[in-house]
Design a protein around this ligand. Structure first.
Ligand code: ADP
Length: 457
């Protein structure tokens, strides 16, 4: 870019100079040729007049040698031939140049008188074109040399001037903004002059100042935000931990009491305590997981495990949630996956699977829920597919429900509990293991959630 502007200016200056110098040169040449023509005219007149006055004596004596001498005295380049005739018109003598090809373009006739008496006549032949021609050539050559030399010197001078006044500052401004782009906000341009270029340089420097201030402020607020987010996550993690301990105690003691209690009404009360405590614990666990993810403290393991075993382990937990509903639960692990172990973090995959299956159980009143596990086309991933015939999810919520605390219908929360964190956590966990989590759903017909994990190498 920089180079192209310089080239354009350089060629522009040179062409302008050639044009100006060429025009000036042509005028000068024209003038010189005009002058030369006048000089030649005068030369012709002078030669003719001289011959007219000098020749009659020699003609009377018929002295050829003398005639020749007289003519040679004035024989300039332009004079070609002189013919001398006596008073009867008979040609007495002819002088011809020997050093050039004879050709002429001007003929001058003069009568010769001696003491007032006509004694003869002369025809003088001149060639002016040759002289003018060589003059034109010489002048043209001179002009070309002059233009080239002056053009080169002036052009280079002008170019250097433009380079110093315009191109160099532009170049500096370009490297300056490149430095800004790379984040070097401390770079400054030296302001050389008080012209527009100087103003531009000053405002670039001011821009860098403002940018640096803005970046500094941003960096401070970023650090503050990071710190406050870290403190929030730390607080959440601590709180969750503090709440979980007494909750486990409540669950444990409720179980103990349930074992001993046979009175139906009190049993029902204890069951309610137990379910409420369990929901609370689930929520607390979600919050704890989420704050761990936020604080980037969650890690995933790389282990091999049998998917068949995992599915058999969680099936009863899902069935338990379906008690009292006419919803069946089916599982299917394709035969290829039954034998060989799959890779991933077993506990995390179990967590995601349970989350999706419990959601399916929550939002399905009749029909069926099915879990299918199969390898994808290329066999590089294992796909988990959880399908239900529940209430479904409107399409404008298909992505939103993966955001934390987002629920399609908050009245459901009052009925079933839930924090709106489950799917956000599930997606983050799946992505941490290098997989994807997505869904297809139609309101009123049901939903299908899919997630993938990388297959064994
Ligand atoms: P929650 O703790 O509220 O279940 P999730 O993140 O697991 O939080 O789910 C977010 C919301 O997505 C739910 O509140 C519900 O509106 C919707 N949702 C999730 N799974 C299903 C499903 N299988 N059928 C219908 N709606 C679902």
């Amino acid at each position: 870019m920089r180079q192209r502007i310089a080239d354009k200016i350089f060629y522009g200056i040179i062409s302008l100079l050639v044009l100006i110098l060429g025009g000036l040169g042509s005028i000068i040449i024209y003038q010189r040729i005009q002058d030369q023509q006048k000089i030649l005219d005068r030369e012709v007149q002078a030669t003719s007049t001289y011959l007219e006055s000098a020749l009659p004596g020699a003609l009377l004596n018929l002295n050829a040698k003398k005639m020749r001498k007289i003519i040679e005295e004035v024989a300039a380049r332009t004079l070609q031939v002189v013919e001398i005739f006596d008073e009867k018109g008979e040609r007495i003598y002819v002088y011809e140049r020997t050093d050039s090809q004879l050709s002429y373009d001007l003929k001058v006739d003069r009568n010769l008188y001696l003491e007032g008496k006509l004694v003869g006549k002369i025809n003088i032949y001149f060639s002016l074109e040759d002289a003018l021609h060589s003059l034109r050539f010489r002048e043209l050559l001179r002009l070309v040399i002059l233009i080239s030399a002056a053009g080169l010197v002036l052009g280079l001078g002008l170019y250097r001037l433009v380079q110093r006044l315009v191109l160099k500052p532009i170049g500096e401004a370009v490297s300056f903004s490149e430095a800004l782009t790379l984040g070097n906000y401390h770079h400054r341009i030296q302001v050389h002059a008080k012209d527009e270029m100087g103003l531009l340089q000053e405002s670039l420097n001011q821009m860098a100042d403002s940018l640096r201030e803005a970046v500094d402020k941003l960096e401070t607020s970023r650090l503050e935000a990071l710190e406050s987010s870290r403190l929030k996550s730390e607080f959440l993690a601590n709180m969750s931990h503090e709440i979980r301990t007494p909750l486990h105690a409540i669950l444990g003691f409720t179980d103990l009491l349930l074992e001993e209690e046979s009175f139906p009404e009190r049993r029902q009360s204890l069951e309610t305590v137990r379910t409420s405590a369990q929901i609370l614990l689930d929520n607390i666990n979600d919050i704890l997981d989420y704050s761990k993810l936020e604080a980037a403290k969650m890690t995933v393991l790389e282990e091999s495990f049998s998917i068949d075993d995992l599915v058999s382990e969680i099936a009863p937990l899902v069935e338990m949630r379906l008690q009292g509903k006419s919803v069946s639960f089916q599982t299917e692990v394709v035969p290829v996956l039954k034998g060989s172990p799959i890779r991933g973090d077993r506990a995390r995959i179990r967590q995601v699977l349970l989350n999706l299956l419990i959601n399916a159980a929550k939002f399905t009143e009749k029909g069926q829920i099915s879990l299918r596990v199969y390898p994808n086309d290329k066999g590089l991933e294992t796909v988990f597919e959880i399908e239900d015939t529940g209430i479904g999810i409107p399409s404008d919520h298909h992505e939103k429900i993966f955001e934390p605390f987002i629920q399609v219908d908050s009245s459901m929360t009052r009925k079933f509990g839930g924090t709106g964190l489950g799917l956000a956590i599930a997606r983050r966990i799946v992505e941490m293991m290098g997989g994807r989590l997505w869904l297809t759903s139609e309101p009123g017909r049901g939903s299908t959630f899919y997630f993938t994990t990388r297959s064994s190498a």
